[in-house]
Design a protein around this ligand. Structure first.
Ligand code: RB5
Length: 149
């Protein structure tokens, strides 16, 4: 499995902790920044990770900002992306199983490191269940197509 990861300055510390965790688990990843705590704009990071995931160069993405909200809103503008904000492990598996989420977003200012790492493990280890959920994802794709130029 290949994971694309990125954060703005508001998620920089947690990104480092998640990267250490991925390394320990032997999970392949690429870091798309940011690379310091200097202020930056979360859409600039979101688009890089989202394009890599939408283009299937990476299986899943992880994006972190202060709340996990802005970076997820930006990522969801890229066709094919279903970014899910999770602050609990139930959402982390449900968003894979039911929504086929392909990017996890987390708020560094919202969840502690221990919970964030459990959320990451849960997200990466869960699978889309298909069946009745597939037609709902297809309907999301239809909405996306309707508003794409
Ligand atoms: C940056 O201060 C902060 O606005 C950003 O990390 C994020 O929380 C936005 O949604």
């Amino acid at each position: 499995m290949k994971v694309a990861i990125g954060s703005d300055h508001g998620g920089f510390r947690l990104k480092g902790e998640i990267i250490d965790h991925l390394r320990k688990k032997g999970i392949e990843f690429s870091d798309f920044g940011t690379f310091s705590e200097d202020s930056c704009d979360y859409p600039d990071i979101a688009i890089q990770v989202a394009e890599k995931v939408a283009g299937k160069e990476f299986d899943l993405g992880i994006l972190i900002c202060g709340t996990g909200i802005g970076i997820g809103i930006a990522a969801n503008k890229v066709p094919g992306i279903r970014a899910a904000l999770c602050s609990d492990t139930f959402s982390a598996h449900a968003c894979r199983e039911h929504n086929d989420a392909n990017i996890l977003t987390i708020g560094q200012r919202v969840v502690g490191t221990g919970l964030a790492l459990d959320i990451v493990d849960t997200f990466l280890n869960s699978k889309f269940e298909g069946e009745r959920h597939k037609k709902r994802i297809d309907k999301i794709t239809e909405i996306e197509k309707k508003y794409s130029k």
